[in-house]
Ligand binder design. Structure first.
Ligand code: FES
Length: 252
């Protein structure tokens, strides 16, 4: 495969740029939040305990498989981790974020990464990022389980009720749904493979769906962060309630 010339790197050393602003500042929250979440999620997934209290189930463990460890000796979260992890890791927004924040490749827009060739995502291993569209379908299945968990969180020993945890799980699944609906792959499913909307689809339900999804897609970064933090917070809430560190307040 032919290698492309990287215009920002040609003749430049690492970090060379004509920008005068503090371009490196935007890396800090990405590294802190993404790194912190990655560490927390890994530890919690390995822990294999404190993930279920009353009607609440941590999203890290949903769907719950082999809860009693009959045939799987490790944490049940490890059985399902690949789905949500693959969806996030291959997400268009996160790719940009961790390429810059962790790989420094490039460190920022119009800042040289200090090498002369650029193959982007056209060669192994990054060409595998193209599987994102399939992780999107998988994410829909996970979303269905999370909605089931959120509905179950309204039932305390068979009685309808609402606790703070119910609201935490509900907000979490709503944010995850919006994040998934704002996915670039879904937008492409709705509006892709058409050269001209005004010729083929203008005003049709498909065009309206594409417009609506495009509106969500514009805020994909926001939904990516909000849903990520929400998943971590929801897991932490269930864990703290389970351990007795906090009490789940019943609202009615
Ligand atoms: Fe981010 Fe699909 S592009 S979830």
């Amino acid at each position: 495969m032919a290698e492309l010339v990287n215009p920002t790197a040609a003749g430049g050393s690492f970090g060379r740029t004509e920008r005068h602003d503090a371009w490196w500042v935007e890396m800090i929250p990405v590294v802190a939040l993404l790194g912190g979440f990655g560490l927390y999620a890994t530890l919690r997934a390995i822990e294999g305990r404190f993930y279920e209290w009353g009607p609440y189930l941590s999203p890290f463990y949903s769907p719950l498989i082999d809860v009693h460890h009959h045939w799987w000796p490790l944490s049940p979260a490890l059985l399902i981790l690949g789905g949500p992890l693959g969806f996030r890791v291959t997400c268009y927004y996160y790719r940009k974020a961790y390429y810059r924040g962790f790989f420094l490749d490039p460190p920022a827009c119009a800042v040289s990464e200090g090498r002369k060739t650029y193959r982007g995502e056209t060669a192994f291993p990054f060409i595998l990022q193209n599987v994102h569209r399939y992780f999107f379908y998988l994410a829909l299945i996970f979303l269905a389980f999370l909605w089931r968990d959120a509905i179950r969180a309204f039932f305390f020993d068979g009685t309808l009720g609402v606790g703070v945890g119910t609201l935490v799980l509900l907000v979490d699944v709503i944010l995850l749904s919006i994040y998934t609906l704002s996915c670039h792959s879904l937008r492409h499913l709705a509006g892709g493979k058409l050269d001209c909307f005004s010729c083929a689809a203008f005003g049709t339900p498909r065009h309206k769906a594409w417009q609506w999804l495009s509106g969500l897609n514009q805020r994909h970064m926001l939904f990516a962060w909000a849903s990520l933090l929400s998943v971590g917070f929801t897991d932490l809430y269930v864990r703290l309630v389970f351990c007795g560190a906090i009490r789940d307040v019943r609202l009615f």
